[in-house]
Design a protein around this ligand. Structure first.
Ligand code: NAP
Length: 236
């Protein structure tokens, strides 16, 4: 499926590989300089995707924060901030969540067929709700996004989403940031769940960059031949 968007997975983890702790409060796994790097990646994307659980737990805005970057997008004929995308099986999302309320940009909800009516009832005023299959099929999501003009998709979590993109071989690049502390609580979510990952000892991912950003480190990996050995998107 060569016409699917370029898919960049972006994630911050603790030294022991957790995405969060097990409390209700959001755990910050990055610093200001790295959040600014993430903001630059958002500004280069056509759409940002997170799983429904991240919408519920973290209540993220998923906007380009820098005014200069928003202006630069507008000068390129784009909306100031990318399209927002989420995936849900239950359709149980709050229309007042920042995901829907923040930013004058379209919001897309790919919903499992069985919860479509419920999701449309709740969300039709704030989002476009699309039948994603049962369960939602990420290939279908990517094909639909491509048809809507999305060429570059940034996936910002959580672990369920990262796991599916990786195990389905639908990721082109990974940006993994390691925070300088441990979580040490197996109730907390990991970067990925169990699964059959295309990259194992016999077929390692290609490390394209290691960058220290203050007290965190960014590791960049090329996961497909759409990302070259220097970490460049060759589809651009
Ligand atoms: N450190 C970071 O960079 C970072 C970034 C983002 C999130 N996080 C953390 O990650 C945690 C959340 O991750 P998570 O893995 O639990 O959840 P998630 O990936 O955010 O969302 C999972 C939910 O997405 C929906 N979903 C996923 N795949 C689906 C499919 N194929 N078909 C239908 N629905 C599907 C389901 O929604 P429904 O439940 O609605 O059915 C599922 O419960 C939070 O603790 C958050 O703080 C960390």
């Amino acid at each position: 499926m060569d016409d699917r968007p370029y898919v960049l997975l972006s994630c911050g983890v603790s030294i022991d590989g957790y995405l969060d702790d097990a409390t209700e409060n959001r755990l910050l796994l990055s610093n200001d300089a790295d959040f600014d790097r993430v903001d630059a990646e958002r500004a280069e994307s056509d759409a940002i995707l997170v799983g429904a659980r991240t919408v519920r737990l973290d209540n993220p805005q998923l906007l380009v924060r820098s005014a200069a970057r928003r202006d630069e997008r507008v000068a390129r004929g784009l909306r100031p901030t990318p399209l927002k995308v989420t995936v849900t099986a239950r359709g149980d999302l709050d229309p007042a969540a920042h995901f829907f309320a923040a930013g004058e940009v379209d919001k897309l909800v790919y919903c499992a067929s069985s919860a479509l009516d419920k999701a449309r009832d709740r969300l039709e005023r704030v989002a476009t709700v699309v039948d994603g299959g049962e369960p939602v099929d990420l290939r279908l999501v990517l094909a639909d996004l491509a048809a809507r003009g999305v060429r570059r998709l940034m996936v910002e979590g959580g672990g369920t989403m990262h796991t599916q993109f990786l195990t389905a071989g639908l990721a082109d690049e990974l940006h993994l940031v390691i925070a300088p502390f441990f979580v040490g609580d197996s109730r907390a979510p990991r970067f990925v769940r169990d699964g059959g990952f295309p990259w194992g000892p016999q077929r390692p991912a290609v490390l394209t960059e290691v960058r220290q950003i203050g007290d965190v480190v960014l590791l960049r990996y090329a996961l497909s031949d759409r990302c070259d050995g220097l970490g460049r998107d060759v589809t651009r």
